[in-house]
Design a protein around this ligand. Sequence first.
Ligand SMILES: *Cc1c(COP(=O)(O)O)cnc(C)c1O
Length: 404
Amino acid sequence: MSDMAVTREVFDQVMVPNYSPADVIPVRGQGARVWDQQNREYIDFAGGIAVNCLGHCHPALVGALKEQGEKLWHLSNVMTNEPALRLAKKLVDATFADKVYFCNSGAEANEAALKLARRYAIEHFGAEKTQIIAFNQGFHGRTFFTVTVGGQAAYSDGFGPKPADIDHVNYNDLDALKAIMSDRTCAVVMEPLQGEGGIISPDPAFAKAVRELCDQHNALLVYDEVQTGVGRTGELYAYMGLDVVPDILTSAKALGGGFPIGAMLTTDKIAASLKVGTHGSTYGGNPLACAVAEAAFDTVNTAAVLQGVKERESWYREGLEAINAKYHCFEQVRGKGLLLGCVLNEQYQGRARDFLLASMEEQLMVLVAGANVVRFAPSLVITKEEVVEGLARFERAVARVVNG
Ligand SMILES: *Cc1c(COP(=O)(O)O)cnc(C)c1O
């Protein structure tokens, strides 16, 4: 194996074909820069899909990984550990929550949230209260329960019978939500800014009204902050900028800054429904993951970094508007903080992937969010020089697409 040539072709030979990765294979990263096997350098505006909140190999995270890596990696949930307790205490102190459950990914955090919501509703209001309402184009992960709650049938079809009693309405459509909500509603699940669905912000009045409807019907409000959480929108969690407090919040992606970890946060009263033995995860609360996440959390949860996200948003918006003034391909630039989307206009419908491929040619990593949105989710501490250089590369990529 050691003298085998590790090339993109090997992927097709030995990997399940559920992904179609790019041709380049990155081998190292530093800050918002990444280098591939040929030592070609890229600027990273993708951030591992909103995961690398502090860029690549941030010294605080490398330090925490090394320190904990020489102490204790794993126990099991038969015992608790210091990093998990420290991180949970910090999450509780910084948010509405009283209790934390740790797991390893966003899907697992949402799976726990959904199972908890169901148990809580059944326990307090009876066996009929099981309806879960979510939003079209929403994304909540790929376990069978979470992918069914997600609002894209294409992701959940083809696997046989689905978990039942899950309904969908359009995001920001209050009348549609009202029409299907009742005292049978167990929970409403929403992203406080739809990420995968196309970088769609909630109407502030809609967000508030969803909260009120949940209160009227004794339904839990679950905020999936897997993509928006840990500083991404310029607030520690996006709910803080909406003036709405959820009952359950899920976090992953940026929580570990690149180390797999997820968390579900809730109140004392609701948490009580996950009694001993009702749910669990072998790796959840693993000391190594929690130590890295604690370092990420300490670094991000400062006025300087959170304020810096808002400042960086303006660098991006100004740069992107200037590009658009020249090339006229975006209908609008939307999103919040460092979760931004360039929405393609009429003329470029369905071509987001072309912009992504042209960007790779120009040594820039970007994301898409559906077929019509080019998405950026860079490091929250990306430098001005990296933004300016990356936007210059993006302008050349846009020119490539526009000029055919
Ligand atoms: C990425 C994402 C998930 C799934 O997280 P995984 O770690 O891939 O399981 C869930 N919800 C939202 C909003 C996401 O962006």
